[in-house]
Unconditional design. Structure first.
Length: 71
């Protein structure tokens, strides 16, 4: 009997925690929504990282053609 009461209390407390969480409502203008989507889009973030990697690789390739100085 004690076990059933404990399970019931845990269930009721769990329900209270779930129901007490308030959802956040966001209001965006069209431009704000586009900016938010671009900032939080993983594909866009990965594309930006790929662009930076390509720029660095281009510089490395350019640097190999420059004269080398050794001390």
């Amino acid at each position: 009997m004690k076990q059933k009461i404990i399970i019931l209390l845990i269930f009721l407390l769990g329900q209270e925690l779930v129901l007490s969480q308030e959802t956040q409502n966001y209001r965006f203008s069209l431009q704000e929504a586009i900016d938010f989507a671009l900032e939080n889009n993983r594909t866009a973030k990965n594309a930006a990282l790929d662009i930076e990697a390509a720029k660095k690789q281009k510089w490395e390739t350019t640097a190999t053609g420059l004269p080398q100085i050794s001390a």
